[in-house]
Write a protein that binds this ligand. Structure first.
Ligand SMILES: C[S@@+](CC[C@H](N)C(=O)[O-])C[C@H]1O[C@@H](n2cnc3c(N)ncnc32)[C@H](O)[C@@H]1O
Length: 97
């Protein structure tokens, strides 16, 4: 019997099996300074939630990612986005709070 996959699952499966470039952008310095729009409560999060590029590399290696195609780009988005040279995007996840 042929297994039926949802459209999203098929897309993920096809994306991973195609061994695409994976671009990972993060400050790796935690959350940035706040602006007035963020409100006072956001100030408590500045510098928190600090990622670790070495851990990211390990996890991706453990799940079999092609590390030659993994680009870990530390820095603030406004500085790092211009360095992304992807001509097409298969999957985009934005998790910057
Ligand atoms: C909730 S964490 C998520 C981290 C990661 N995406 C994950 O799933 O584990 C939010 C992340 O957004 C990053 N971040 C927030 N604003 C940023 C900015 N302007 N430039 C770069 N990184 C930013 C922080 O460094 C923090 O690691």
């Amino acid at each position: 019997m042929q297994r039926r996959y949802s459209r999203v699952t098929r897309s993920l499966r096809d994306t991973i099996s195609a061994q695409p470039d994976i671009w990972l952008l993060d400050s790796f310095q935690g959350m940035p300074e706040t602006t007035p729009e963020d409100g006072d409560a956001a100030k408590a999060h500045v510098g928190k939630v600090v990622g670790d590029p070495a851990r990211v590399q390990k996890v991706l290696g453990d799940v079999g990612a092609n590390m030659n195609r993994v680009h870990i780009v530390p820095g603030w988005f406004q500085d790092t986005f211009p360095s992304v040279s992807a001509s097409e995007v298969a999957l985009l996840n934005i998790d910057a709070d």
